[in-house]
Design a protein around this ligand. Structure first.
Ligand SMILES: Cc1cc2nc3c(=O)[nH]c(=O)nc-3n(C[C@H](O)[C@H](O)[C@H](O)COP(=O)(O)O)c2cc1C
Length: 169
């Protein structure tokens, strides 16, 4: 499949079937994250996988816009390390997270990113999951088989693209 077709077909999914995720599929998603590009190839990330229902429920309680992590069988939690790359740790880890999500979509799994870094509940999540002080929690990413179909819109390319130099539209 053309990559563009795959990219356009991914939607943020917030309702999930209880069907477990095959371990080999999860492994492939993690490898996709592992192989993301990063500044100076520093790979300033670690990944936490949560499946325990009680912990997912607590995570959902902390996150005002991420209630869906209680329903997905897996939560993928990208951790980012500012000590590894102070300037680009966050963008690098975001790329790894997107690669995880794209691979998941290619395997017919739905995902939804719920942002965490810089929120007032990031410390609560760190405490709950015993995450070391030096790591930051980028996001909670719900993963599972979709129990809904979603649509999405994008701004037209003509409003986004400038040629040769910046021009006002
Ligand atoms: C950095 C970031 C943070 C997000 N945080 C949330 C969130 O807290 N809750 C949520 O429901 N969706 C969240 N999303 C998903 C976006 O709402 C979604 O990507 C956007 O509406 C476009 O929809 P699509 O992914 O289906 O194309 C987040 C996405 C990104 C990239």
């Amino acid at each position: 499949m053309d990559a563009l077709e795959l990219l356009k077909g991914r939607r943020s999914i917030r309702k999930y079937k209880q069907t477990p995720i095959e371990p080999e599929k999860l492994e492939k998603c993690l490898q996709a994250a592992q192989w993301a590009p990063s500044a100076s190839n520093k790979q300033p990330w670690e990944f936490l996988i949560v499946t325990d229902q009680k912990i997912r429920k607590k995570l959902a309680d902390f996150h005002p816009y991420g209630k869906f992590v209680a329903a997905s069988p897996v939560v993928f939690i990208p951790l980012t390390n500012p000590q590894v790359h102070a300037k680009y740790h966050q963008s690098d880890t975001a790329l790894a997270t997107l690669q995880f999500m794209i691979e998941a979509h290619s395997l017919n799994l739905g995902t939804c990113w719920a942002g965490v870094i810089g929120t007032d509940f990031e410390p609560k999540i760190k405490e709950l999951l015993k995450i070391p002080e030096h790591l930051r929690v980028l996001a909670l990413v719900a993963v599972g088989y979709a129990d809904e179909t979603r649509s999405s819109k994008r701004k037209p390319l003509t409003s986004l693209v400038h040629k040769e130099s910046y021009s006002l539209k």
